[in-house]
Design a protein around this ligand. Structure first.
Ligand SMILES: CC(C)(COP(=O)(O)OP(=O)(O)OC[C@H]1O[C@@H](n2cnc3c(N)ncnc32)[C@H](O)[C@@H]1OP(=O)(O)O)[C@@H](O)C(=O)NCCC(=O)NCCS
Length: 141
């Protein structure tokens, strides 16, 4: 299967990308307009295509020098397990060119990230919109 990576943000259908997150699934249903804002405000973004079909995506916030944070890595279910998620992570990690890259994994996905060198942080902390829910989902202590 020929998969190509693209960084061309102007050719993206934000409805299609929001749908991809819904199908993956990754988080709650998203407003395509907000998806566009988030991807445009991220220094690094990458999209995986099978022909004309958007099958995967990922983005990273970065200061371009020291620190970056990866978010929203997702692949359409029928394309999962074919190495596309790995292509997306490798692209983001290789193009970040910073000292430290952070991310937080959906519970159960840490092993996927470990293979790229990500390690659990002992002191990472976060403010979340709903602490009880985040605790229930296994995201915070
Ligand atoms: C997580 C996700 C992006 C991985 O993408 P993918 O294209 O399926 O991943 P790959 O095919 O590149 O998998 C690479 C390897 O990681 C392994 N892997 C994938 N998910 C894993 C998991 N949850 N636990 C352990 N290993 C995992 C695969 O088995 C594969 O191993 P192999 O190379 O030995 O065959 C994809 O499954 C997805 O979109 N999931 C739903 C959204 C999500 O949870 N995103 C991550 C948020 S933190």
């Amino acid at each position: 299967m020929e998969i190509s990576l693209s960084t061309d943000i102007d050719s993206i259908s934000w409805e299609e990308l929001a749908r991809l997150f819904e199908l993956a699934p990754l988080g709650k249903k998203r407003d395509p307009k907000k998806v566009e804002i988030a991807f445009r405000n991220s220094l690094l973004r990458v999209f995986a295509f099978h022909g004309e079909t958007l099958v995967g995506a990922g983005r990273a916030l970065s200061d371009g020098v020291w620190r970056a944070a990866i978010y929203d890595v997702a692949v359409l279910p029928k394309y999962q397990g074919k190495g596309i998620g790995s292509m997306i992570i490798r692209h983001l990690v290789d193009s970040a060119k910073v000292d430290v890259i952070m991310l937080y994994a959906v519970p159960g996905k840490s092993k996927f990230y470990e293979r790229f060198g990500f390690r659990k942080m002992a002191t990472a902390m976060a403010i979340t919109p709903n602490e009880d829910e985040a605790r229930k989902r296994g995201l915070i202590e």
